[in-house]
Design a protein around this ligand. Structure first.
Ligand SMILES: [Zn+2]
Ligand SMILES: [Zn+2]
Length: 329
């Protein structure tokens, strides 16, 4: 079975007859596939392929040994350009597709992906934690690493937006020893950020408050806040996704200062080992705070509750009993 997004919020399911695995591909049984805020766009627009791009699973056929547990790296990188050869796979010069966007993703019982996009999971890390190593922790950690290259020290850091990725930024920052303030207009989300160790931000109407501001929501008001509260010499990390262009203010204050703007999207495979170490520190507690396990037939309900803000990070888990209990324990 697999899900189809028909547009206008409608999800249907269809039966699948599995064909042979294409050369160079791997077939995974999808054990867990997390919902991402970006999937809401596909829910509205409809999708030509099966969505779902935060995938953890077990190899059942193809170019890797059966039984290998892996998470799926969504940019289908070429593996041969200078960026890929340097391990900077998220900067691939020949990037063709994203799994779950231009080719079938994980809201299904099985998914076929290129073997090089399977990141094997260490034995001591449960898949329910490992899957957070993609968009939630992998993207957050990469953004913070890039931002830290611009700052000698980041004594004052603010995270704007405490959805799944914002909470990932908070949790990773804690594990990296960076103290953060957090802001979110939604009190439940802000409370989750404080549970992870953030301090609720105070009045953000004044300028020049922070060395680093990680803007995770993509909302214009949040971007304006980030640009206002960053100090001269500071760094704004524009991590939020939006269809709106990212603009810079034309105010005298903004024009007469130094400021770094860092944009990033996903993590390179060369950071995966370091990300496992982060997950060993904070992965289980982050999972227990944000993950809500549901099954594939419950996908429409999962999205409804996700859009309503009832669930922070719904995850579709296979009917495999041990995985459900691992996620719900
Ligand atoms: Zn995502
Ligand atoms: Zn490449």
């Amino acid at each position: 079975m697999r899900a189809r997004f028909q547009g206008n919020g409608e999800i249907t399911f269809e039966k699948v007859t599995l064909c042979d695995v294409a050369e160079g591909d791997v077939r995974l049984r999808v054990d867990v596939c997390a919902l991402c805020g970006s999937d809401k766009r596909l829910l509205q627009s409809g999708s030509a392929v099966v969505p779902g791009h935060e995938i953890g699973g077990t190899v059942v056929g193809g170019a890797l040994p059966e039984g290998t547990r892996g998470i799926v790296y969504i940019p289908v990188f070429c593996g041969t350009c200078v960026r890929c050869l340097a391990g900077r796979t998220n900067q691939c010069l020949n990037l063709s597709e994203l799994i779950g966007w231009q080719r079938d993703g994980g809201f299904a019982e099985h998914v076929d992906v290129p073997a090089r996009c399977v990141l094997p999971v260490p034995d001591d890390i449960p898949l329910s934690v490992a899957v957070l190593g993609l968009d939630t922790v992998g993207t957050a950690a990469h953004a913070l690493r890039l931002a830290l290259r611009t700052q000698d020290s980041a004594d004052r850091t603010l995270v704007v937006g405490a959805g799944p990725l914002g909470l990932g930024v908070v949790a990773v920052a804690q594990a990296m020893g960076i103290a953060v303030d957090a802001f979110d207009p939604n009190p439940t989300r802000l409370a989750a950020a404080t549970t992870l160790g953030a301090t609720p931000a105070g009045d953000l109407s004044a300028e020049n408050q922070y060395d680093m501001v990680v803007e995770v929501s993509g909302a214009n008001a949040a971007r304006e806040t980030a640009q206002r509260v960053v100090q001269p010499g500071g760094t704004v990390v524009a991590l939020g996704e939006s269809n709106e262009p990212y603009t810079m203010p034309a105010t005298p204050r903004w024009r007469r200062t130094d400021c770094y703007t860092v944009r990033s999207f996903y993590f390179p495979t060369q950071e995966v080992e370091a990300n496992w170490d982060l997950l060993r520190v904070m992965g289980a507690s982050l999972r227990d705070l944000i993950v809500k396990p549901l099954t594939l037939p419950e996908l429409p309900e999962a999205f409804a509750r996700f859009v309503a803000g009832d669930y922070v990070k719904p995850c579709i888990v296979s009917a495999d009993a041990h995985l459900v209990s691992e996620v719900t324990r």
